[in-house]
Write a protein that binds this ligand. Structure first.
Ligand SMILES: [Cu+2]
Length: 285
């Protein structure tokens, strides 16, 4: 009975809890390669120019945090197992306040803050500078401009159409579906009618808030054609989950044809009286 009780005693439980996580993951991934596991449990393949860099940052942080977690677990387990009460031996309690302990803590903290955090910070700043903040030049003809108006609970999109001007009859309007060209920078102006929303294109690695009363800027350049998710990443009310749209990335020729046709249809359907539909604003750089 005593043996049974000791089997479920505190240190054994702690060991079981710490081992259960990697063990469960190990069982789940039995027979699978690390790549299979990353594909199943990790983020989707990046589909924009800066996507690969952000992916690297994601795995760098995940690796550093996992390794640190494993080291901390081992450091916790050593005293738990070594200093516990055993037959004929009392448990040893330690406050960790000796000079040796303080030095050890200081060195470990220094390694974490200076080496790991600095490493992540340098890579993150490079990604921000060269990717997220590297907004294409406003006068670049290749740039495809889109105004995004969020509302509870839908995404409204407006592209300029053939004339390159917002607020004209040939503006291409859509709700919850955004069509963009592949291999061209897509520049976004985002705002909201009501509450704060967040425009999120997980495959493009783009997320930016849409705030009422302000215009925010974001951009991306798709390198893969196909259909991708548009999500709202800000809890914006009870139907937040319904703010789910589709991003369609088309090859150059297909896109040009689509744009011409959509522009033509927009002109045909234009209703000067319908002031609700005329929500364009002056493009913000
Ligand atoms: Cu929302």
């Amino acid at each position: 009975m005593n043996a049974l009780r000791s089997l479920f005693s505190f240190p054994t439980k702690a060991v079981a809890a710490v081992l259960a996580t990697p063990l469960a993951l190990g069982l789940l991934s039995a027979g699978a390669t690390a790549q299979d596991v990353a594909k199943r449990w990790g983020p989707t393949d990046p589909a924009s120019t800066f996507g690969e860099d952000f992916q690297y940052l994601f795995w760098l942080i995940t690796t550093l945090v996992s390794v640190s977690f494993a080291i901390v677990c081992v450091l916790l387990l050593i005293p738990v197992l070594r200093d516990r009460a055993k037959p004929g031996k009392k448990a040893h309690y330690d406050h960790g306040s000796s000079l040796h302990d303080k030095r050890f803590t200081a060195v470990v903290s220094l390694i974490v803050f200076v080496v790991l955090d600095a490493w992540v910070l340098v890579v993150a700043m490079k990604d921000l500078r060269e990717g997220y903040w590297n907004i294409p030049a406003p006068d670049d003809e290749k740039t495809y401009k889109v105004e995004v108006l969020a509302q509870q609970w839908a995404w409204n999109f407006r592209a300029t159409g053939a004339d390159g001007e917002f607020g004209t009859a040939d503006d291409i309007l859509s709700t919850n579906t955004l069509v963009v060209p592949k291999d061209r920078p897509v520049s976004l102006n985002l705002t909201s009618k009501d509450v704060i929303h967040a425009f999120f294109l997980p495959d493009m690695r783009v997320k930016r808030d849409a705030n009422p009363g302000a215009v925010n800027i974001a951009w991306f350049q798709p390198v893969v054609d196909g259909e991708f998710d548009i999500l709202c990443a800000e809890l914006c009310g009870y139907a937040h989950y319904q703010m789910h749209g589709k991003l369609q990335v088309l090859e150059k020729g297909v896109f040009d044809e689509w744009e011409q046709e959509a522009s033509r249809l927009a002109v045909a359907a234009h209703d000067a009286e319908d002031t609700e539909a005329h929500w364009a604003w002056e493009w913000q750089e």
